[in-house]
Design a protein around this ligand. Structure first.
Ligand SMILES: C[S@@+](CC[C@H](N)C(=O)[O-])C[C@H]1O[C@@H](n2cnc3c(N)ncnc32)[C@H](O)[C@@H]1O
Length: 299
């Protein structure tokens, strides 16, 4: 198989063939559900090339043989981290946050006494779960809102950033000043140019690694709100369908499931209804799934 050349015929640093690309495509699909199109060839070369450089390996074939033969969990994680796309921002797709606030207040009024459960299932570097936490604080006008937020992602690097809650100040340049004062502290000295989420807000969120493709998820009780935004676009329809089926087992009649702007879950499930603005709930004539849950204490 001939080596893939850059379009300008500039020689590549590492030997990278079409077979190597196809092999990477199959491995990441099996491992993370991510479907890579041929248009991602250069992206794959550049991101996995960094692993070859770090390990002092000269060909993709050698790297992939090593990955598969040694079955080293850390290298599998580095391989996966290299191939995820983590674009996110604070209050991305802003229209969802007033809907979230209204929903939380309504549920709290009806079910006082238990924290509202929110799962942010592709949390990336944390901007989304922190936007959820800020929304909850604002909705209940307290830094201790009655919510429990779990934020997960497959990528351990982005989760470490999320848990630290430290961002370049540019990330919040469009944010309302009162919000910034309430929820962020500004870095000084060697931290100049950085902001950190205040401790109280960080403590509202539990960060865990979770692969949406895993056969078992560590949750038993339903969530009141599930954010699954801008991750399904990386999966094919059969994979989306399996994940949605599992989300459905973690929803009750009033739960909301929020998708990204270009994602449509009606194509992969007939158990959901669209409320508008890519917000879904269970169909009212669906099984009353909340009754399937015992109220055991789990994550
Ligand atoms: C483009 S970001 C979206 C972040 C955020 N939800 C938003 O809308 O701004 C997609 C995230 O999905 C994560 N991801 C990709 N495959 C995954 C999988 N199989 N399980 C869990 N997370 C996954 C990536 O690591 C990445 O952080």
């Amino acid at each position: 198989m001939s080596a893939l050349k850059k379009p300008d015929t500039e020689a590549r640093e590492f030997l990278f063939t079409r077979d190597d690309f196809v092999r990477i495509k199959q491995l990441i699909y099996r491992h993370a559900g991510i479907s890579l199109s041929d248009a991602k060839t250069d992206m794959v070369y550049s991101r996995i090339g960094r692993r070859l450089r770090a390990l002092d390996i000269l060909s993709f074939k050698q790297y992939l043989d090593r990955l598969e033969q040694q079955n080293d969990a850390d290298e599998w994680q580095a391989f996966t981290n290299a191939l995820t796309t983590n674009l996110t921002s604070f209050f991305r797709e802003e229209h969802h946050f007033p809907i979230l606030a209204e929903h939380l207040v309504k549920l709290a009024a009806g079910k006082a006494g238990r924290p509202l459960r929110i799962w942010c299932s592709a949390a990336s570097t944390g901007e989304e779960p922190y936007s959820i936490a800020m929304t909850a604080c604002e909705a209940f006008n307290t830094l201790h809102p009655p919510v429990s937020i779990v934020a997960t992602d497959i990528d351990t690097n982005v989760l470490a950033t999320a848990a630290a809650g430290v961002y370049p100040v540019d990330r919040i340049k469009k944010m309302d000043a009162a919000r910034v004062r309430r929820f962020f502290e500004k870095g000084t000295g060697k931290h100049d140019g950085l902001v950190r989420m205040k401790k109280g807000l960080r403590e509202l969120i539990q960060f865990h690694q979770l692969n949406l493709l895993d056969a078992q998820w560590p949750f038993r009780e339903p969530f009141d709100v599930i954010f699954c935004r801008n991750v399904m676009i990386y999966f094919d329809k059969p994979t989306q369908g399996k994940i949605i089926e599992k989300f459905i087992t973690l929803m009750h009649e009033e739960s909301l499931l929020l998708a990204g702007h270009s994602e449509n879950f009606l194509y992969v499930s007939d158990q959901l209804q669209l409320l508008g603005k890519t917000v879904y709930k269970l169909k009212t004539n669906g099984v009353a799934r909340s009754s399937l849950f015992t109220h055991r204490k789990t994550t």
